[in-house]
Design a protein around this ligand. Structure first.
Ligand SMILES: NC(=O)c1ccc[n+]([C@@H]2O[C@H](COP(=O)([O-])OP(=O)(O)OC[C@H]3O[C@@H](n4cnc5c(N)ncnc54)[C@H](OP(=O)(O)O)[C@@H]3O)[C@@H](O)[C@H]2O)c1
Length: 290
């Protein structure tokens, strides 16, 4: 049995620990938090494990998961490196944005280091435990750590894939753009439609249908083939009218910045002249600095 210590047993830590235990291939050993109550509650959820609150109490293990908040990972890696981590053990965290560079103190002591980020929400551990199936898990780290983490990801029901070295910030930015900015775009579209007089009750059917259809097209056909609208047609006067309708300078700047990305996406569908005219309509306002 592979021994795993869990340091930080909140939403993600205790769920991954319970999944590892359930796989039958891992023995959840020590479960460490700063408070005795939270460590005991996590062990009850996992169904096994020894609650621990001090670094010196940690027994040697094969795997160490640092499932503490992102801001605490580097400090915990330092504290862990001061304990007896066996050479060759794998120390990993689950942050989406940072890589194994946060674990350098453990690597300096002979541990293999990596990160395993499940693209999944652990908001409610009981629901997450039952719903964790075929979840994409981004791996990063040294070769030995990635090998061990790949096996762990598969054992708990994940679908592991490898990121490029140093790729975590760009990977996480992709998830934020895809998720958060989609919500922001929805809010902007609702505001503009409301300003134009669309009744409140029709905002969702009007925009929802279009957004769903567009997303389906972008995913099925690819972004370039799915692109329609004034920019792809080279219609600079429509773009100028859109901008005139926006009374918020920040919104105009955002529309212009995304518009320039859209011109790049349209590529050769735009003639040289059409591209120049649209880019001129989308040029940042003087003094905006963008
Ligand atoms: N939640 C998600 O959906 C999700 C998804 C993907 C990745 N992640 C990643 O998973 C990691 C953990 O996130 P989370 O949402 O599970 O956090 P969380 O629910 O806030 O849990 C954090 C845990 O760490 C413990 N802790 C905090 N500081 C500590 C320290 N200095 N030493 C030891 N234990 C400490 C806390 O218990 P005490 O306060 O009792 O110490 C708690 O058990 C993060 O890297 C996050 O980016 C989370």
């Amino acid at each position: 049995m592979i021994r795993i210590n869990i340091i930080g047993a909140g939403r993600l830590g205790k769920t991954l620990a319970a999944l590892a235990r359930r796989s039958g291939r891992y023995r959840v050993q020590d479960v460490m938090t700063r408070g005795a109550d939270s460590a005991a509650a996590a062990c009850a959820f996992i169904g096994t494990g020894r609650p621990v609150t001090a670094w010196a109490e940690l027994a040697a293990a094969d795997l160490y998961l640092l499932a503490v908040p992102d801001a605490a990972i580097a400090d915990c890696a330092l504290r862990l490196a001061e304990t007896e981590v066996p050479a060759g053990a794998v120390v990993f965290h689950a942050s989406g944005v940072s890589g194994s560079e946060l674990l350098r103190p453990a690597a300096a002591r002979g541990a293999h280091v990596g990160s395993l980020h499940p693209a999944f929400s652990f908001a409610d551990p009981a629901i997450a435990l039952e719903g964790f199936s075929d979840v994409l898990c981004a791996l990063e780290g040294d070769a030995e750590a990635c090998l061990v983490l790949r096996e762990l990801a598969q054992a708990i029901g994940g679908r592991p894939f490898q990121l490029a070295e140093g790729g975590k910030p760009a990977y996480h930015a992709a998830l934020s753009v895809a998720s958060n900015y989609l919500v922001t775009l929805t809010a902007i579209a609702r505001r503009l439609a409301g300003q134009g007089g669309v009744p409140e009750a029709l905002l969702t059917p009007l925009l929802g249908g279009l957004m769903r259809q567009t997303l389906d097209n972008a995913l099925a056909l690819g972004p370039q083939a799915a692109l329609t609208g004034p920019i792809a047609r080279g219609d600079a006067s429509t773009v100028a009218l859109h901008l005139q309708a926006m009374d918020d300078a920040d919104l105009r700047a955002a529309y212009q910045a995304l518009g320039r990305q859209t011109v790049a996406l349209a590529g050769e569908r735009l003639s040289g002249q059409a591209r120049r005219q649209v880019l001129s309509a989308l040029a940042p306002a003087e003094g905006s600095g963008s």
